[in-house]
Design a protein around this ligand. Structure first.
Ligand SMILES: Cc1cc2nc3c(=O)[nH]c(=O)nc-3n(C[C@H](O)[C@H](O)[C@H](O)COP(=O)(O)OP(=O)(O)OC[C@H]3O[C@@H](n4cnc5c(N)ncnc54)[C@H](O)[C@@H]3O)c2cc1C
Length: 482
């Protein structure tokens, strides 16, 4: 079979593109090198749906960010995604910085960011009681929001699959051969993955940090992806109301600065740092990173304390210059690069998807609507956000909802079994979909139980159950019974 389109990379960008293209009568596949989806950059970011501020008015990323912020609302309703509009404040601590706030406001207005306003000390005291008394003013962007980045990617992918998209995991693309033909209609690409060769008329490269390596496979070598590391620190849920908005300092040239972040799951987060490196696999965190983050956030909220931190991680922004690279490669007809998708790529993803559809259309792909497109998916049940009354009803219907596996985050056996039915095969896959293991004890109590459920549901030996794919097995030997 020849696919119409193969998308390389199942992060939030690849899955958004797949879902958008699934509206049309096309044969579509996503090819992902990891064991599960959203195990790349899309799993380790701040989860902010940016309003569009802090981008140059001419930039592609700025325009796509503003559009993505609008689009996410409908998508969230359709897919049952936990988007919350919480608003953001870019805070100035010095009268001299007021001019910069005005500049940011004007730039935002040029991009079409709605309802921006500068707020003063009184406004801030009333609405952000924990904010430093040194804050003099802020740029308020009410349309900023938060979302669970991995749940968004999973929901996009599931809905795409519901509409016929095929997903290949554990399928690292190692070579791509453009096959030329005299009649252009039969020209296609041959894509090598471990299980064989896939054929496709068009290829969309959404490979995140590795998009430059994929582009090089077809002879495009005019950009290089540099990983820009961001270390983030998650605070205990009891600090959930430490801030009522997303809090930003004035941005620098390379980053939006160290933030106080509200998350879809309730735990506040502080970070990220911004450090250019050359190792695309280095996800280490450091004492220096922690120090920098604490210094940064304490300028905004002095009461945040190192002891509030329950977990940390690092993510790598795929940087290829200042802007996104989204284009059809005329040198390689049918090949579309979606590269350098650094922040605000999570926000921009739905708008990137629409842009890619337009590019494919201009490159000759016929976009004929499907007779039936399933735009909605049933919202996933999460007991942590379900009222007690409703939880009781769920348990009456299925007692597995009453069997709590993760006590920190209140996740039941039924939710874990559902996550497996929806595609989870690893401990991280369960964590990102359900939050089991994401609480204060980091899975100290529930990991063995989850492994048992995975092992029974997938009919795999516990020695084959991994944290996040081959090489991350947890146990090496089953105990002899005698
Ligand atoms: C610290 C940090 C904070 C951020 N905060 C925000 C934020 O708050 N808001 C926001 O809008 N954006 C934010 N971003 C940016 C956002 O996370 C990214 O723009 C977005 O996740 C990129 O998604 P992607 O799908 O392009 O990449 P990825 O999620 O990395 O997906 C690419 C996929 O391609 C796969 N792949 C790679 N090579 C191959 C191959 N050879 N074969 C098959 N598959 C392959 C990878 O395994 C991966 O799954 C942040 C980023 C970082 C690092």
């Amino acid at each position: 079979m020849i696919y119409d389109i193969i998308i390389i990379g199942a992060g939030v960008v690849g899955t958004s593109i797949a879902r958008e293209l699934a509206r049309y009568q096309l044969k579509i596949a996503i090819v992902e090198k990891e064991e599960e989806l959203a195990f790349g950059v899309s799993k380790s970011n701040s989860g902010i749906i940016h309003p569009g501020t802090q981008n140059s008015p001419e930039s592609l990323k700025g325009k796509l960010c503003v559009k993505g912020n609008k689009l996410i609302r409908k998508i969230a309703r359709e897919l049952g995604v936990d988007f919350k509009q919480v608003g953001e404040l870019i805070v100035a601590f010095n009268e001299n910085d007021l001019a910069r706030l005005e500049e940011l406001k004007e730039e935002g207005k040029k991009l079409g960011v709605p309802r921006l306003k500068i707020v003063g000390k009184k406004w801030l005291r009333e609405r952000e009681p924990n904010l430093s008394k040194n804050a003099v003013a802020a740029l308020y962007a009410p349309t900023a929001g938060i979302v669970s980045p991995y749940r968004l990617a999973y929901d996009m992918a599931e809905n795409a699959m519901q509409n016929g998209v095929k997903i290949y995991t554990n399928s690292k693309v190692s070579e791509i051969h453009p096959i030329k033909s005299k009649e252009n209609s039969t020209a296609h690409f041959e894509i090598e993955i471990p299980s064989g060769t896939l054929k496709s008329r068009y290829v969309v490269n959404a490979a995140g940090l590795f998009a430059d390596e994929i582009a090089r496979m077809v002879g495009i070598d005019d950009f290089k992806i540099t990983p820009r590391k961001g270390e983030e620190f998650i605070l205990d849920k009891k600090r959930e109301h430490i801030a009522n908005h997303l809090l930003f300092p004035l941005p620098s040239k390379t980053s939006k600065g160290i933030l106080v972040i509200k998350t879809a799951d309730g735990n506040p987060m502080i970070g990220p740092t911004a450090q250019d490196g050359d190792d695309k696999k280095d996800l280490s965190t450091s004492d220096q990173g922690l120090k920098k983050v604490l210094e940064g956030v304490n300028r905004m909220i002095p009461s945040i304390n190192e002891n509030d931190i329950i977990a940390y991680f690092a993510g790598l922004r795929p940087v290829a210059g200042d802007d996104f690279i989204i284009r059809h490669e005329n040198k390689v007809p049918g090949f579309i690069n979606v590269a350098g998708i650094q922040s605000p790529g999570l926000t921009a993803a739905p708008a990137i998807a629409l842009m890619v559809c337009d590019i494919l259309k201009s490159a000759g792909l016929k976009l004929k609507k499907r007779k039936v497109f399933h735009s909605h998916r049933k919202k996933t049940v999460h007991l942590f956000e379900t009222s007690l009354r409703k939880t009781k009803k769920l348990i009456e219907k299925d007692p597995a909802y009453g069997d709590i596996v993760c006590r920190c985050e209140m996740v039941s056996r039924k939710e874990i079994e559902d996550a497996i039915a929806r595609g989870a095969t690893t401990l991280d896959g369960i964590k990102f979909r359900t939050r089991a293991q994401a609480g204060r004890c980091h899975g100290g109590f529930c990991t063995t139980r989850i492994m048992k459920i995975l092992s029974e549901s997938l009919k795999k030996s516990p020695t084959k159950i991994t944290k996040n794919g081959s090489g991350s097995e947890i146990v090496t030997k089953e105990r002899d019974n005698d």
